[in-house]
Write a protein that binds this ligand. Structure first.
Ligand code: PBG
Length: 324
């Protein structure tokens, strides 16, 4: 009680503040999303994601080395698939010589200790831009999961440490676990996008991969932003099916969900600070309306404080450079 307690004592200067600080950001917090394209010497800036690029494999090599030197130890790979290789069934997704499979090998080759996680979903491969196989305007569930299982085994075979299914089909974690185990990839982990909302914050990402849905939206598989208990149900089911890490996505607008889940589960919780969150800060900073670096750190800290053990963020490199 005041005046016995004066809370400002613990805020007097940076030394005492740093001693009592409850959360600290470090390079170990991050998972770095990487966008990969076919070609040679390609480093294309994504229009709606300033200072974020798609790399061809030759230039990905340097990028991965730089990340490792900065202390960033985990990457999450996404590929932009040429239109002529897209179809309804995601055939290219299981091509052993596909771009993803080559990218996994390349990263493991240049940087064997880098943790390689791969996005598992059909949307970049789908002629419809949906995360699953489409029939009469419906996204098929079990048929899609079966392909995701094959895709996961194919990534594991190329050397992926973790697969990260981002599709939100029911039961796909079990199907993937079984597909991995069947081929003896018992140590390949699954980071499930467990509570993934149908969010308009994914817009810039869909520009990056040219993967926007060709019809309709993703509301029959991604979650309704109005729901909170459903996030816990989804997450518990994924854990029961064998997920090693669960995820909440997007980040900032869903930190209540992050805390709910953190309080509920015993396994690591990842949070994806998505492309739209990145774009908003970049745009405001470009206009001189927000202090880019200060807001960036505050946002990452907010995600960590909410309960994130792992943060997938397009700001990862900027943050670790800043905190040195
Ligand atoms: C694909 C996928 C998406 C994101 C990650 N994996 C887009 C979507 O579901 O439409 C979004 C990432 C971001 O916005 O940064 N299934």
């Amino acid at each position: 009680m005041f005046p016995l307690r004066r809370n400002r004592r613990l805020r007097t200067n940076e030394t005492i503040r740093s001693i009592v600080r409850e959360n600290v950001i470090s390079p170990d917090d991050f998972l770095v999303p990487l966008f990969i394209v076919e070609g040679y010497g390609v480093k294309e800036e994504i229009a709606s994601m300033p200072n974020y690029y798609r790399y061809s494999l030759d230039l990905l090599e340097n990028e991965v080395k730089e990340l490792w030197q900065l202390g960033l130890k985990a990457v999450l790979l996404f590929v932009k698939v040429p239109d002529n290789l897209k179809d309804n069934k995601g055939t290219e997704a299981i091509n052993p010589n596909g771009l993803m499979q080559r990218a996994i090998k390349l990263v493991k080759n240049v940087c064997p200790d880098m943790l390689v996680m791969t996005d598992v979903a059909l949307d970049p491969y789908s002629s419809y831009g949906h995360d699953g196989i489409v029939e009469n305007g419906i996204i098929l569930n079990d048929e899609t999961s079966a392909v995701l299982g094959q895709m996961s085994a194919s990534h594991a075979n190329a050397g992926a440490d973790f697969v990260a299914p981002s599709d939100m089909m029911d039961g796909r974690i079990l199907t993937i676990r079984e597909a991995l185990d069947q081929e003896n990839f018992i140590n390949t982990g699954i980071m499930s996008y467990s509570a993934k909302y149908a969010s308009a914050f994914y817009g810039p990402f869909r520009d990056a991969l040219d993967s926007a849905p060709g019809f309709g939206d993703k509301k029959t598989y991604q979650m309704d932003p109005a729901n909170r208990l459903e996030a816990i149900k989804e997450t518990q089911m994924d854990i029961d099916e064998g997920a090693d890490i669960v995820m909440v996505k997007p980040g900032l607008a869903y930190l209540d969900i992050v805390r709910d889940i953190k309080n509920e589960v015993e396994i690591p919780v990842a949070v994806y600070q998505v492309s739209g969150e990145y774009a908003m800060l970049k745009a405001a900073a470009e206009k001189g309306w927000l202090d880019h670096d200060a807001v960036m750190l505050e946002q990452i800290m907010a995600i960590k404080r909410a309960g994130a053990n792992i943060i997938a963020s397009y700001f990862a490199k900027d943050v670790v450079k800043l905190i040195g």
